[in-house]
Design a protein around this ligand. Sequence first.
Ligand code: SF4
Ligand code: SF4
Length: 338
Amino acid sequence: MKKTTFLKRKLREASFISRALLSSRHPVLAHLIPMRRCNLACGYCNEYDRTSKPVDLEIIKARLDKLADLGTSIVTISGGEPMMHPELDQIIQHIRHRGMIAGLISNGYYFTPERIKRLNKAGLEYLQISIDNVEPDEVSRKSLRVLDKKLRHLSEHADFHVNINSVIGGGIKNPDDALTVARRAVELGFSTTVGVIHDGDGTLKPLSPKEKDIFQQVKKMGNKDHARLNWFQDSIAEGKAYNWRCRAGARYLYICEDGLVHWCSQQRGYPGIPLEQYTMDDFDREYKTEKWCAPTCTLQCVHQVGILDNWRDPQKTPTQVAQEQKDGKGVGEMIGAD
Ligand code: SF4
Ligand code: SF4
């Protein structure tokens, strides 16, 4: 990556963080789904289908315009597999054209040198690839052996930041794989993070001593900023609940392929309001509503966004919020802000 590109990106990042700390009245991060379809079928995934069509470019542009009007700082395109969308480059260009940071989450299968150069040109700034294991198995084909060639292409041609996420827990067969994946990521000049996941039945169980040891080793190799922002993972690794204020529906938005706003990928259905009708009243309600699923949540990016406001504006239960909105109290009064 060119040094000037790196410095420009860091400066933009710093200015967006300052803005987010100065004001809590705009979304920081939105995940936008331009298609639900995926070329893979990971055993644990509830976020893909095999048949859906890409969302029309003009519809996506209108959604991006609305996100920009709400003051959103970062848009990360996710899926399904967003690289299958035929107009991905135009989507990225439009994010940049509207002054937002452009990110992408992909399974990595489509990164040829030519495709990477087109993403450079479109203005992509961040890419995250999650790699689940070294050898493909019946649960996941997001595997280092299959993807290594793509990673080499990225190392050689990408002008954007690349982060490789590995996973631990949740009955992953070989915990050592996370270490192998992280080592390879560092070797190729990428940053690396590790995700702690729940058991298959969603229950919170402590990692085994071996898994804990590997988790700590991978964390040490990774991006220090991420490690600092992911304290919650230490509680999850111990099988303990973590108390924090999830600002999903406000500072973090998940926009599905139908254009509805949801708390996140794992809590689809609420609030389920079309983005074009989303107002600052909706934003305020979700900002101050306590989420029942927060103590066991493992979604790293929503936790990171939450840190920006964890020190301010305590949250209330959905019933209290609904009653106070009915009583017509002002937002400041309701959240007990100074
Ligand atoms: S690659 Fe991603 S979206 Fe596709 S099935 Fe696997 S986890 Fe789900
Ligand atoms: S706590 Fe986690 S699972 Fe619950 S809404 Fe927030 S991000 Fe989603």
